[in-house]
Design a protein around this ligand. Structure first.
Ligand SMILES: Nc1ncnc2c1ncn2[C@@H]1O[C@H](COP(=O)(O)OP(=O)(O)OP(=O)(O)O)[C@@H](O)[C@H]1O
Ligand SMILES: [Mg+2]
Length: 252
């Protein structure tokens, strides 16, 4: 069982798109997957067709007002369960430490092969709970002029977090998203990133694809909405790399 936190301090880099579609791709590969929406915006919840304001979720669970069975939604997609986000309708102000999600998850881990956690771009207590609970972090990165600087700053923050919490949080990989292969500047930046960051960068890049934008409007993963779209091909390819890398991390 592997817990993957999807995280980047930048907004709009495809964290939520990646959380939903990587979770669904792993589920397509006969893995039992739990998607946890740990972001107050609740985009991952809505993105798999669940109405966040009609639903108790992670906040009620972490503050022990509801047992997991009451907040967990089974089979939002084949092999894929969801713990929705209810931060907007439920207070989590009595969530006081970084360890709550980790301890709550311990009872669930035997049921799943993968737990994928979507996060906000802020490094607040909610995100810290996810990072502490995670075995590894996947960083979506959109190529722009400041992508490398942004990544280095993020790395420093994660290192500080590891030191402070005496935890070990290896990076599963850096995923280039919203990629346009026909743009020369992007191609050049991709080379530069791969030279600087080496094997950390996944071989799979997620190409720019309009169906990935449309699918959450219908509350469906890309595989359900447009199985032949570039977005579906790319996230399936990412899942294969994630399966390989998590196998390696588990033995190393
Ligand atoms: N490969 C892609 N091609 C085209 N559009 C994409 C792609 N991936 C994501 N998007 C779009 O980019 C926008 C931002 O994506 P997303 O919401 O997943 O980012 P995020 O990192 O979760 O944002 P936030 O920081 O606000 O949580 C969305 O409109 C999404 O549909
Ligand atoms: Mg998001």
């Amino acid at each position: 069982m592997t817990v993957i936190a999807i995280y980047n301090r930048k907004g709009g880099v495809a964290k939520t798109t990646t959380a939903i579609n990587l979770a669904a791709a792993l589920a397509n590969n006969q893995k039992r997957v739990l998607l946890i929406d740990n972001a107050p915006q609740a985009n991952a919840t809505a993105g798999v067709g669940v109405n966040p304001s009609a639903q108790s979720g992670i906040a009620a669970w972490l503050t022990d007002r509801m047992p997991v069975e009451k907040v967990l939604i089974r089979e939002v997609y084949q092999n894929l369960d969801l713990i929705p986000s209810d931060y907007s309708t439920n207070t989590h102000s009595n969530l006081i430490d970084r360890f709550s999600l980790s301890s709550h998850l311990s009872l669930l881990t035997i049921r799943y092969d993968f737990i994928v956690i979507d996060n906000d771009p802020t490094l607040d207590l909610l995100t810290e709970n996810a990072l502490y609970a995670a075995d590894t972090v996947l960083i979506p990165l959109r190529i722009d002029k400041f992508a490398l600087d942004g990544y280095r700053e993020l790395r420093r923050h994660l290192k500080d977090f590891e030191k402070e919490t005496h935890s070990h949080l290896p990076i599963l990989g850096i995923l280039l998203t919203q990629y346009e292969s026909r743009t020369r500047v992007m191609k050049g930046m991709r080379k530069e990133l791969e030279t600087s960051l080496g094997d950390l960068v996944f071989q799979t890049t997620i190409r720019k694809n309009i169906q990935l934008v449309e699918a959450p409007f219908l509350g469906r993963p890309i595989f359900d909405y447009a199985p032949r779209a570039k977005g579906a091909i790319d996230y399936e390819s990412l899942a294969q790399e994630v399966l390989q890398r998590t196998k390696k991390q588990a033995v190393s």
